[in-house]
Design a protein. Structure first.
Ligand SMILES: N[C@@H](CCC(=O)N[C@@H](CS)C(=O)NCC(=O)O)C(=O)O
Length: 320
């Protein structure tokens, strides 16, 4: 996997994303325009397209927003091939891993169309604007917030009054959980790994205790914070537990979190945003540092259809 320098893709693996202490440092997203009612990018149905990958938890956020808001018909999607190649994220000419929007064979071709030549990593998700032929954003947090506010005038999953609480959970969960699993998996020293794992499981313990007396993160409303926690939970037992050595406990060992995750999974449209097998294969793909032989574990057995105490269907409401 390479990077783009001044709008050109180069195959050479960039420098490791770790600091002097061996701790993982995620690169910042740099294309961060906004969809707004009055701005250059207006929220028009059919105008935008999402580039995602099934295995990516950051892209998963945007698929969840699309499913919960019932945007399937107005916001089209391209799914990358499950495995990356030297060209990074790639596409087939047709079939489920083709790009129906631009017909590109690799995601870097989309980034190459930016009028301001792009330098950086070629990541999913990408929100593409058909009208200007430009990427609006390659930052999943921004894409999700835009969807939940600009594509939904009722702000159902991001009500104004709950934004301070949502932002509080988002910040904690981003650092310790969503990115926390990567801090564990990509650590290059024992100390950096230990710190990440302690942070991760302290935070999961804290959320477990909170969910003992709350249906959702903000109490009894489904919000963006829940949408952002779920992608990490969905990958936890099949991927992070083994591939990233996040193995103090499984998701299934947390009664509240496991019930909460299954209740979320049972929401209309959500099962269609997850492919557990692709995620497992993606995280266990061959890597000199983590999995030199590329052997994919067979298990674990996880039954996402077990009945739950929680029922989120009424909280999600209907899109009709
Ligand atoms: N800040 C980005 C991060 C996205 C990200 O790291 N995506 C990964 C897949 S999970 C990717 O495409 N990585 C390719 C690379 O770094 O070369 C976001 O949240 O949108």
């Amino acid at each position: 996997m390479g990077v783009m320098i001044e709008g050109r893709y180069q195959v050479e693996e960039p420098a490791p994303q770790t600091d002097a202490a061996g701790a993982y440092q995620r690169a910042r997203s740099t294309i961060r325009d906004r969809i707004t009612q009055a701005g250059r990018f207006a929220p028009e149905p059919g105008r935008y397209h999402l580039y995602v990958s099934w295995s990516c938890p950051w892209a998963h956020r945007t698929l969840i927003g699309r499913a919960l808001l019932g945007l399937e018909a107005s916001l089209s999607v391209s799914y990358t091939r499950p495995a990356r190649s030297e060209a990074g994220w790639i596409y087939d000419p047709d079939g489920p891993f083709a790009d129906p929007c631009l017909g590109v064979s690799a995601l870097h071709e989309v980034y190459a169309r930016q009028t301001a030549p792009y330098t950086g990593r070629v990541t999913v998700p990408v929100l593409w604007d058909r009208q200007s032929g430009q990427i609006v954003s390659n930052e999943s947090a921004d894409i999700l917030r835009m969807m939940l506010t600009e594509f939904d005038p009722s702000h159902r999953y991001c009500p104004e009054a709950l934004i301070p609480g949502i932002d509080h959970w988002n910040a904690l969960i981003y650092d310790k959980v969503n990115n926390g699993v990567y801090r564990a998996g990509f650590a290059r020293t024992q100390e950096a790994y230990d710190a990440a794992v302690v942070d991760l499981f302290d935070t999961l313990d804290r959320i477990e205790a909170h969910l003992g007396s709350n249906a959702t993160l903000t109490g009894d409303t489904l919000t963006e914070a829940d949408l952002r926690l779920f992608p990490t939970l969905a990958r936890f037992d099949v991927a992070y537990h083994t591939a990233f050595k996040c193995n103090l406990a499984r998701l299934q060992d947390y009664p509240q979190l496991w019930d909460y995750a299954r209740a979320f999974y049972a929401l209309p449209g959500i099962a269609g945003t997850v492919d557990f097998d692709i995620a497992k294969r993606g995280y266990h793909s061959r890597s000199d540092l983590r999995n030199p032989l590329g052997i994919v574990p067979m298990g674990p057995r996880v039954d996402w259809s077990e009945p739950t105490e929680r029922d989120f269907t009424a909280l999600a409401g209907s899109n009709s």
